[in-house]
Design a binder for this molecule. Sequence first.
Ligand SMILES: [Zn+2]
Length: 282
Amino acid sequence: MFKLCELPWFDGLYKSIYDVLSVEGKLPHPCDITILPPDAVEVRETVQAATWVDARTIWFRHQPPSYTTFAHELIHLVSGKPVEFEEAYAYNLAAFAVLLAERGIVPPASVVRLFEVSLSEIMDAIREVYRYPFKDIVEYFEYFGIIPAFVVFKENPLDDSWKLEIDWQRYNEKTIVVATVAELVGMAEYDEFALDVLLKLLERASRSSTSAPSKPQSSNPSGSERRRPNQAVLHQKVGVYLDEETMRQIAELAEAYGISYSAVVRLAVRELYKKIKPGGRG
Ligand SMILES: [Zn+2]
């Protein structure tokens, strides 16, 4: 049995992923993490890895594992996560940890803190980074053609108007924050602004968690010269709920009719909901 620090593949991006996730001393030392050999565990084919948190032991079906699998299992070793969100943390933050490692960014606070922020903190960060007064999280996502699971379509039969709003009956703030962070993580791969929102949230988390401000924060040199949200660029890969082909068609329609991209998205969303609705949704 090897310790993580002894494995030849624990280098390069694997090492950077470890560095991203060990911020705030959240991970054991690499020489205190045991890695079981691939043949040590027999489980069904679909299981790629497993972690025994108390024993600080990880098993990977393949060595080296994929970067995301590696990050996922390390996140299971990160202490202080709410039990009911264990997999939500691991699934959603693994890709983000890899993204940060690839870009050589060591976050100012542990990435698990992203799920501890409030919805209003997220909105503050979004408005600041995008420099646009989004009314709420629904409007923010709608702008990009994303309809998260916590959003419902409300129709007013009297004047045939409609709007999207948060489904507060089925979701509470915590689940909305988790879903929102998950979407932002997905967007961060192609939208620098979304990445900046997440980093800003972590920056704030680092300030609120350390009572002694030992080092003064230097002002962000890139902060003064922000680009405006560029729809053409930002919409390019907003394929979370709209696939690429649909996105292309929407862009073409918008251009042909000389209307804004978001106007077309709104119409498309409306048609989509009309199709879903006849079945009735309790
Ligand atoms: Zn897991």
